[in-house]
Design a binder for this molecule. Sequence first.
Ligand SMILES: [Zn+2]
Length: 108
Amino acid sequence: MIRIPCPHCDARNSTEFRHVGEAAARPDPSTATPERWRAYLYERANPAGWTSETWFHTMGCRRYITVERHTVTNEIRSARPAGGTRAEPAAALSARGDAGSPDAGGQA
Ligand SMILES: [Zn+2]
């Protein structure tokens, strides 16, 4: 079990969240090359160590947060609100199910 310290709701079980993936800055659409878009969409560092990830608090505040997590030990050293506070559309969540957290056995 991973306890994620949501900056809006306090520490909660990771089953309340959906793991979105590694946090990456979106390239500028007006200047990004196709190679840069491909890298943004598909390439992940997947380190065995500290990484910055985006999580969505599905069963709580319904906000995106950025979490620094050690991928080997699951230790979390920080959590902060992600850039925006937009809610993920309910239709997108139900279409995927809610099997996105790493300790739930799969990723979206
Ligand atoms: Zn929350």
